[in-house]
Design a protein around this ligand. Sequence first.
Ligand code: PLP
Length: 411
Amino acid sequence: MSRDHVLYRDYTKRYPTITHGQGVYLYDDTGKRYIDACGGAVVVNVGHGRGEVAEAVAAQAKAVGYISSQRARTQIQIDLSERIAKHAPGDLSNVFFVSSGSEASESALKLARHHSLDKGRTEAYKVVSRWQSYHGNTIGAMSLGGRTGGRIRYTPLLIDFPHIVPPYCYRCPFGLTYPSCDLACARDLERTIRQTGANSITAFIAEPVIGATLGAAVPPDGYYQLVREICDKYDILFIADEVMAGMGRTGAWFSIEHWSVLPDIICFGKGISSGYTPLSGIIVSDRIVDLLIQKGGRFGHGHTHTANPVALAAGIAVLDILEREKLVERARTQGAYLMEKLQQLRERKHVGDVRGKGLMVGVEFVRDKRTKEPFPAEVHFTERVAQRGMEKGAFFLAGNGSVDGVLGDHI
Ligand code: PLP
């Protein structure tokens, strides 16, 4: 690729220039068509080229393109908050909008600390998270995350938060088998809380269905129920990061609902605007907000584009489509069909596992199926699969490090 003025994420790759999209397809400037099999970064929940979303965004930009959330609000902010709250479980009914999933993680992190202070738990500031997890690329969010490849260069900049093992039955970190394992991976949370010092812990954050770093691994039944019990026992918040798995992707509005467990904060993003505008946020329980109001009512957090009305307009239009076309239910039925068909891949020499929920589905590659031995990292197996996919006209979200942060390949 000839050198232009873009600072690229990766100069070893060739990026096609995309001109337009329609439905599941993207088209480049040579006229080549690609199936966007991963909806970009698992974002495009209602498909490309939805004219009504574009029209809603344009109409809002004409009416008012920007206000500062420090001084004003918009009706669209009130409306979208109400519509999201209606789909959120339990008493999660207070919505704070930001632009990216990373900002959502940062907001949850700060609100958890704020809540601890409100409760007089002044020593509590650490958030426990999991290895092989992803919560974003800003420094706070990356400190929460457990994606070794992304973190390792920046370790000196990161906050030293404790990480527990992932609930990853295909490669159980304890070498055990469900259910005789007695959910050792969930019990690792309690061990870590006690070992770190329960007084210092403000929250536990997890992706209910694990996305970018574990290729749609689904924790076993009982896992989140036990996590909830442990969080309650030590008076710490449970934050469900639904940035990727939320907004219907797994066949439920929020993937934690598959376990019937109620978190205290939900992070959302991606699918809420289906990528038409940058839009993310957190949904917060009444309990947290009631205390916040009682203690003075100042969260004191926000960004320039908090509740940007043009971004919110896409959210409303996308919710209209999700509800009208029953896409959450469709993700369940189409997901079951996709999973059934993908099981055939297991016959392939290097396909170790096929897993997921709804339309969030991952395939893990191995060198040896019997021993589950992964490919050496230097082989760049997933990247080669993704590159070959592009040559043949399909985009996949490539990931690695599923085994131990370094080894392991999945899409
Ligand atoms: N949380 C999860 C679970 C994600 O999958 C992502 C992005 O992939 C993020 C947070 C970060 O979102 P963003 O890239 O919008 O900052």
